[in-house]
Design a protein around this ligand. Structure first.
Ligand code: H79
Length: 603
């Protein structure tokens, strides 16, 4: 489990309790469901011990970096419908174009990726430093990219290619020692008359969602978990409300392989093994949970002609570092074309990321989050073993004076060196922390890594934000701890004009807080930059036993921010405090909160 940051520790008491979700109420017994056998338990992993769970997740936690692949018959046209570009991601082409099933299914006739080579494909992932691959076995369009035995709308039976791509990839992954996993859209299916999502094709003669699940999703998932060798990950997507029978049937199937890892997207209450973030890195890591960020390498998940939004190699490497420094995994998506190849910009970036990983991989693999979160110069990951701690210092901004401060760390230093080239570096322990002396030039244009090994477990004094010389302290949304019942979206970090705010604040119980330090007692004016759409709203700002109630009028819309003076607050004791913003339940209307500022009142 990742170490908690200080603000999280302060807030964690409030999180204990309601976060525990019981699966026992959603478990079918073997009597109720004859397909469930002892080797195929109804509630996979329900009785697993912590040690067993750690062992099952070990390779995934160690691996950190995976390849996501979106590939389907939409790839044949590069997301173009009748030569036209549609908005959004290419795998959504059928929905965005409201393409009738009869017409869309003809794209299968064109699916013939003659340049695809499973071994070469897997080798690219491996060379990039990725340790697992997750590929769309079936996306929302309902087309199976494997030889489905229950439905001939699949790559073997319905395309000129006629080969089971999933089988070829599964075998290549095994050969090259890469874990293999399936993405399967279990709820949306725009082809089957019982699937969710297709509201445009009026020729559909609707059947129940249960019929779709039992006749298509269940047999397909079962086949994927039975006929394709060891499956590392089963990646559900876009949960919808389905019957308990449907959920249980799908959930129980993951018990076919006792080591499979699942995400949190099967349905409400089915939390799986890890939490997912899509397209963005969370401002705060979820507390005490495994998690993964998935993100396309360009703009679209599926291959889309004209999508030149490739993230730079630097962004990709720094995303990976950022996520690792917070304790998560990075699942980076690539988009094969209809021919079965990746575009040159993707190939080039994968190579460059791989070159960086070749030198610096040990600063990513097997690391955990580091408590050193706000560093002027970069990010830090951590390993702890055999009575010592290794910190990997990812230096983005090379200090001009050659002195790299690792703030607050008290441990005795064993050694410091550069990962690239191995040069030994001098260190000095000061009151402010460990200072590492760097050579004049950075070793890497993306991130130079210093390996710093110290005795024992990390002893770090986290320095809290404090007042500047003018007596002002600005607490911004991106640094806030959002107490929102473990990551519910009803009070979350968002952004307008790329400026973060706490928004979508529908939950009246949700509060926002910052830890800070003051060296002298005093009285402070409280200012906030916020927006309110409703005519009026009320919330309480508190620190210690002091509080003020802010009564704020509309700013004219959620996008219209204003600085408001909210009143005065006394802080009676020097030391560490928590500033909290909490709705007044019966007078609350949501606000978007960018920042709170405390200004010392002159005596
Ligand atoms: O597989 C990728 C996406 O296709 C899938 N999840 C990732 C991993 C996904 N499906 N739905 N969503 C993500 C969220 C829904 C987004 C929507 Fe839209 C906004 C649906 C309709 C509006 C995006 C934009 C899709 C169509 C327009």
């Amino acid at each position: 489990m990742r170490p908690m940051k200080l603000s999280v520790i302060l807030a964690s008491l409030a999180l204990l309790g309601p976060s525990v979700v019981s699966l026992s109420s959603s478990v079918a017994t073997a009597e109720e469901n004859p397909s469930i056998t002892a080797a195929n338990p109804a509630a996979p992993h329900a009785e697993e011990t912590d040690a067993e769970r750690d062992a099952r997740l070990a390779w995934w936690r160690e691996g950190k970096f995976g390849m996501f692949v979106h590939w389907g018959i939409y790839s044949t046209t590069g997301g173009l419908y009748k030569g036209q570009k549609l908005p959004n991601s290419a795998e959504w082409m059928m929905a965005r174009g409201k393409i009738p099933i009869a017409e869309y299914s003809k794209y299968a006739d064109q699916f013939n990726p003659t340049k695809f080579d499973a071994d070469e494909f897997v080798a690219r992932a491996k060379q990039a430093g990725m340790k697992y691959i997750v590929i769309t076995a079936k996306h929302h369009d309902g087309f199976a990219m494997f030889g489905s035995k229950c439905n001939d709308y699949n790559v073997v039976d319905a395309t000129p290619y006629g080969r089971d791509i999933m089988k070829e990839l599964a075998e290549a992954c095994q050969k090259q020692d890469i874990r293999f996993g399936f993405y399967y859209s279990q709820a949306q299916d725009w082809h089957h008359p019982g699937g969710f999502g297709n509201g445009w094709d009026k020729t559909i003669k609707r059947v129940s969602s249960d019929e779709y699940v039992m006749k298509k999703a269940v047999p397909e998932v079962k086949q994927l978990l039975t006929d394709y060798g060891p499956i590392g990950i089963f990646w559900w997507d876009t949960p919808r409300k389905m019957s308990k029978e449907s959920f249980d049937a799908l959930h129980s199937l993951t018990g076919i392989q006792k080591n499979v890892i699942t995400n949190d997207r099967l349905g409400e209450g089915y939390i799986g093994d890890y939490k997912t973030f899509e397209r963005h890195i969370p401002a705060q890591a979820p507390v005490g949970k495994d998690w993964e960020v998935c993100m396309p390498i360009s703009g679209s998940w599926g291959y889309k002609i004209g999508d030149n939004d490739f993230k730079s190699t630097k962004t990709l490497i720094r995303n990976l570092i950022e996520i690792a420094s917070m304790g998560g995994n990075y699942l980076l998506n690539v988009s094969p074309t209809g021919e079965g190849t990746l575009l040159p910009p993707a190939i080039e970036r994968l190579k460059q990321v791989g070159q960086w990983m070749e030198v610096n991989g040990e600063s990513i693999y097997g690391t955990v989050a580091s408590p050193l979160e706000t560093l002027d110069w970069g990010r830090c990951t951590r390993k702890e073993a055999n009575g010592e701690t290794t910190l990997y210092l990812h230096v983005y901004d090379w200090p001009a004076d050659g002195k790299l401060l690792v703030p607050g760390v008290k441990n005795n230093v064993q050694s410091a060196s550069l990962l690239d080239g191995g040069e030994t570096l001098r260190t000095e322990s000061t009151d402010a922390g460990i200072v590492v002396s760097l050579p004049a030039e950075a070793t890497d244009e993306y991130a130079s890594v210093v390996k710093l090994t110290v005795d024992g477990t990390l002893d770090v004094e986290v320095s809290l934000p404090t007042f500047n010389r003018k007596g002002s302290l600005v607490l911004t949304a991106d640094k806030a701890y959002i107490n929102n019942n473990e990551g519910s979206q009803d009070a979350a970090l968002r952004a307008h004009d790329e400026i973060p705010h706490v928004g979508y604040w529908l939950d009246k119980e949700a509060s926002v807080e910052w830890a800070f330090r003051t060296t002298e007692p005093g009285e402070y004016e409280v200012h906030a930059v916020l927006s309110v759409e409703a005519p009026q709203t009320k919330f309480v700002i508190s620190a210690g036993d002091q509080s003020l109630t802010a009564d704020v009028k509309s700013t004219g819309g959620y996008g219209k921010y204003q600085e408001k003076s909210l009143g005065r607050l006394k802080i009676n004791e020097p030391g560490d405090h928590t500033l909290r913003v909490k709705p007044v339940a019966d007078a609350w209307n949501p606000i978007n909160l960018r920042q709170v500022e405390l200004r010392r009142v002159k005596k």
